[in-house]
Design a protein around this ligand. Structure first.
Ligand SMILES: NC(=O)c1ccc[n+]([C@@H]2O[C@H](COP(=O)([O-])OP(=O)(O)OC[C@H]3O[C@@H](n4cnc5c(N)ncnc54)[C@H](OP(=O)(O)O)[C@@H]3O)[C@@H](O)[C@H]2O)c1
Length: 275
């Protein structure tokens, strides 16, 4: 029998690494999806040494639509099931950068890349009974502002980060509604502030801010707990379309519940990803 498969994006470090390790311990066959194969191989080796589990590594750069499409094709050629999709890969960018397709990098990776990857994997998720999608968002999404006239060319830095995470929360709600009758649970997670590589950058702002972000931050393993809970807990405990923090549902604020803006963003995203 094919083992149950859990796919974790950005599994080579931080919260993704801890998530992949725990899922391997729980008996899932883990597919680590990373942009850098060398980093991924090192991390996979550590997990194998610690757990005895074999893992697969696949390459995808979420800042490139063509890379995501290549990866998804390879995945569906290789595997005929996907039980848990953990959309963990993400970044904070303290300078203005663009994806290969010309979108602001933070929005491009944290939302657009994740959106495209998820949509391309939906057929295999639908083939798998009781599959789940867990989007690692952030409490920052509750403060996000998205200019719907130009949603994918917005600011970088904290404004860009919170906007990208609001977009991911909106995607979670929309996809949960769409898939409700099809047996796939879709939820978002606020992992809490963690001492990980995410707070990188050479700008003066980052040099000042980083120590504050790392002060009293939790370990990556601690931050991974809520995503793991949402991935593994009994269905009745988690339902669908919710945001979880500290393994409990976190009520959405008005910004997250702005139905009209959410619909508009999803339509615009559909138009540019063409999936
Ligand atoms: N740490 C926190 O305080 C915190 C708080 C709230 C939410 N989060 C969210 O938690 C998630 C995990 O972050 P983390 O804190 O564990 O940070 P991290 O250690 O920097 O991990 C981020 C992962 O995403 C990958 N990634 C970045 N850009 C990518 C791209 N273009 N294509 C593919 N993968 C890419 C990174 O790969 P490389 O190693 O190759 O860069 C890394 O594996 C993120 O979505 C983050 O927004 C974190």
């Amino acid at each position: 029998m094919t083992p149950q498969i859990a796919l974790v994006t950005g599994a080579n470090s931080g919260i993704g690494f801890e998530t992949a390790k725990e899922l391997a311990i729980q008996g899932y066959y883990v597919v680590m999806v990373c942009r850098n194969l060398n980093k991924a191989a090192n991390s996979a080796q550590i997990i194998t040494e610690e757990t005895g589990a074999a893992l697969d590594i696949m390459q995808a750069d979420l800042a490139s639509f063509s890379s995501i499409r290549n990866f998804a094709q390879k995945y569906v050629d290789k595997y005929d099931r996907l039980d848990i999709l953990i959309n963990n890969a993400g970044l904070f960018s303290d300078s203005r950068r663009q994806t290969e397709d010309g979108y602001e990098l933070t929005m491009g990776v944290n939302f657009l890349g994740t959106y495209l990857l998820t949509r391309l994997l939906l057929p295999v998720l639908l083939k798998t009974e009781e599959s789940r999608i867990v989007n690692i968002a952030s409490g920052a999404g509750f403060y996000g502002k998205i200019n719907l006239d130009q949603p994918f060319q917005g600011p970088h830095g904290f404004k860009g980060y919170s906007a990208s995470k609001l977009a991911l929360i909106w995607f979670t709600i929309s996809l949960a509604e769409e898939l409700k009758s099809k047996g796939i649970l879709v939820n978002a997670v606020s992992p809490g502030r963690g001492a990980t590589n995410i707070w990188r950058g050479k700008s003066l702002l980052m040099k000042i801010v980083r120590p504050f972000m790392l002060r009293s931050a939790q370990s990556a393993a601690e931050c991974a707990k809520t995503g793991l809970y949402v991935a593994l807990a009994p269905e009745a405990e988690i339902t669908t379309g919710l945001m979880f923090e500290k393994s409990k549902p976190l009520p959405y604020n008005d910004r997250c519940l702005d139905h009209q803006s959410r619909q508009r963003l999803m339509q615009l995203t559909q138009n540019i990803t063409n999936v």
